[in-house]
Design a protein around this ligand. Structure first.
Ligand code: SF4
Length: 290
């Protein structure tokens, strides 16, 4: 397979065939993200992509994830051509997923999104990180809450499953509470099908790392991060069932709950953990990863 650079995928795509159709991320500005810092964004040529699909098709798989960051930025016709080729070679494919940033979603019309859904795109992964405007500006996310809301609405209208991620610790100690409250409220308003919390990892090739080293950014401690998780869940008043997880490798405490049904249950579990402040039940630092 023609994998270039660091190819990542969401935890829920662990058993999917990964076809890399872009290299890097079209935005590549977020201050905390070091994944594609050494890659100039480009769309791979269609012949290389088809060769990878041919090679992958020697095996049976039901789901496909199209990497790298922000594949939805591709022209709709190109995406449709890639999907059609995957399906021609693998008639039993159940679902195709991609990362999609807010700008890329907003560039598509609802009709285009519906067409992509009919073709096979079944889930979009949208990075939210925080619901707080000040922090979004600081981390150079390139999107604000009202635009994220608009994008989420389009995805849902098109009938595509929506999975959103937020980032514990991204507001630092200084904005920890505002970050958690605004993020919980925004997730509640958007009511995605899936929501996941990841935890900031300080990567040496990022602007956030340099801020941390200079003292300009301070990360909350482990229990401060779990307190954020608690506030996010508490403020998440979802309108539809949402599977909330914190089982990403970066987190100290893996959780999985369907909201709103299990909200009280998960909040009381977090209360017990926060009260006990027992580090031995948390993931050891050396096992954390991206
Ligand atoms: S977090 Fe996502 S949008 Fe931001 S630079 Fe990394 S891959 Fe790109």
């Amino acid at each position: 397979m023609d994998y270039i650079g660091h190819v990542i995928r969401p935890p829920s795509e662990a058993y999917s065939m990964i076809i890399q159709v872009t290299v890097g991320c079209s935005h590549n500005m977020c201050t905390f993200c070091g994944t594609y810092k050494d890659q100039k964004f480009r769309i791979k040529d269609i012949e290389t992509i088809k060769r990878d699909i041919d090679e992958a098709s020697r095996y049976r798989f039901d789901r496909v994830f199209l990497a790298d960051g922000d594949v939805l930025i591709l022209p709709t016709e190109t995406l449709l051509e890639i999907i059609a080729y995957i399906k021609k070679k693998n008639r039993h494919i159940e679902r195709i997923g991609v990362y999609a940033n807010t700008k890329a979603i907003l560039k598509k019309t609802v009709e285009e999104l519906k067409e992509l859904n009919r073709a096979g795109i079944g889930i979009l992964y949208q990075g939210i990180e925080t619901g707080n405007k000040v922090i979004l500006r600081r981390i150079k996310k390139g999107a604000f809450p009202h635009r994220m809301m608009e994008a989420a609405g389009k995805v849902k209208e098109a009938g595509i499953l929506l999975s959103q991620t937020v980032l514990l610790g991204i507001g630092g100690v200084e904005m920890s509470r505002q970050h958690a409250e605004d993020t919980g409220r925004l997730l509640g308003e958007m009511s995605p099908d899936y929501a996941s919390a990841l935890t900031v990892m300080l990567l040496p090739n990022t602007e956030l790392f340099r801020d941390w080293r200079s003292g300009a950014f301070r990360l909350p401690d482990k229990f401060g991060l779990l307190e954020e998780l608690r506030i996010i869940i508490q403020n998440m008043d979802v309108k539809n069932p949402c599977l909330f997880t914190s089982n990403h490798a970066s987190n100290y405490l893996p959780l999985r709950a369907t909201l709103p049904e299990q909200k009280e249950e998960i909040l009381s579990l977090l209360d017990r953990v926060l009260k006990a402040r027992d580090e031995t039940i948390l993931k050891p630092e050396h096992l954390r990863a991206l």
